[in-house]
Design a protein around this ligand. Structure first.
Ligand code: KG4
Ligand code: ZN
Length: 342
């Protein structure tokens, strides 16, 4: 089965053709990062308009690279939640209209389910159940994946997502946008022990965490130094921040591995591209004797291949879009977005 998938939830316009949920026939990503870098972050209306301009070209490129025509496609899928709503609406409505015109099924996909499914494209042997750490720009979750469309949230952030904290830290350090890769590179040159930054603990919720205190501590550190006219060692602040994020996420993941007694640990989302986090996850998996599934950095960030992978399993579960299918700025990973109201 060949699924043409569209992704437009943030600042990447992407289209891909995926065979049987596991094989990438094409994967085209058109990033607007350079445009948004001028403003230090994603400007929602500019993102929506960028998707409008790119979506047809990107879809045609995906079909061309997969060496198929529209008629060779068995279903069309698109991210329908969560994300910047104006941006999601462009890809979702385009996908829905394309499916309608081709008289093919339309499969709405939850973006975070898609991030997890990126792993199916790399690891043919991976099947649920497994434990997942999702760390993206908008979400940081510990999720038990019981089945391809059956998710249980067992922990997560109480406030900012890990990627959001990376982006804000990059901004206050003047490291540029997108923040995660900039902090990752800057941290290589710093000493993580030079500055002390706090870590959060959520009372009576050992699998939950928080990043807002860490973010505020970085802001205060930089502003205090500026007020005193002191030079700040930006690389060491970046290294200390990155170490604090890793030390927040990885021990909780270790606890979740023990609690769930899983032997499969999956990671997903843009922050899973972080070099320090990847190294710590490898150590954790070795210590806990579980197999680690980690997508290559190119499949950690937003792409449509992951949406096509998850769409295959949503299709198999009968989760098809209806004529009134809507798009949503927010939706829990546990929700069936085909039946969501409001
Ligand atoms: O999953 P993603 O591409 O989009 C969302 O669904 O949000 O994640 C984007 C986030 C951004 O906050 C970005 O700064 C972060 O992932 N990111 C990283 C790295 N690469 C991307 N964070 C830390 N280290 C990286 N190397
Ligand atoms: Zn994403």
């Amino acid at each position: 089965m060949r699924i043409l998938a569209i992704e437009s939830s943030c600042d990447e316009t992407a289209a891909a053709v995926i065979k049987d949920g596991r094989q990438i026939l094409s994967n085209i990503i058109d990033s607007q990062a350079e445009t948004h870098a001028l403003y230090g972050g994603v400007v929602p209306e500019i993102a929506s308009r960028g998707h409008m301009q790119a979506v047809v070209r990107v879809t045609e490129a995906a079909l061309r690279e997969a060496e198929c025509t529209r008629n060779d496609i068995d279903a069309v899928a698109a991210t329908c939640a969560p994300g910047l709503i104006g941006a999601v609406l462009v890809g979702a409505n385009f996908g829905k209209a394309l499916a309608l015109s081709l008289n093919k099924p339309f499969v709405p996909v939850h973006h975070i389910r898609g991030h997890i499914a990126a792993n199916y494209l790399i690891y043919p042997e991976l099947e649920p159940p497994f434990l997942t750490l999702v760390a993206s720009g908008g979400h940081s979750l510990l999720v038990m994946v019981h089945g391809y469309t059956d998710f249980e949230i067992i922990g997560g952030t109480r406030d900012d997502a890990a990627g959001e904290a990376f982006d804000k830290t990059a901004r206050v350090l003047g490291a540029g946008y997108p923040g995660g890769p900039r902090i990752d590179a800057l941290a290589q040159k710093g000493d993580p022990k030079k500055y002390r930054l706090p870590q959060s603990h959520v009372k009576d919720a050992p699998l939950d965490f928080s990043f807002s205190g860490l973010k505020t501590a970085v802001i205060n550190l930089v502003h205090n130094a500026e007020q005193k006219g002191e030079e700040i060692d930006r690389a060491s602040v970046a290294a200390a921040f990155q170490a604090a994020v890793v030390e927040t996420l990885v021990p909780r993941l270790g606890l979740a591995v023990r609690q769930t007694a899983t032997d499969k640990l999956v990671c997903a989302g843009g922050v899973a591209a972080n070099s320090s986090l990847r190294a710590a996850l490898k150590r954790l998996a070795a210590e806990q004797h579980c197999k680690l599934f980690l997508p290559p950095p190119a499949l950690c960030g937003d792409n449509a291949a992951m949406i096509g992978a998850q769409a295959f399993y949503e299709f198999q579960a009968g989760h098809l879009g209806h004529s009134g299918q809507n798009a949503y700025a927010t939706a829990e990973i546990t929700e069936n977005i085909c039946q969501k109201n409001g």
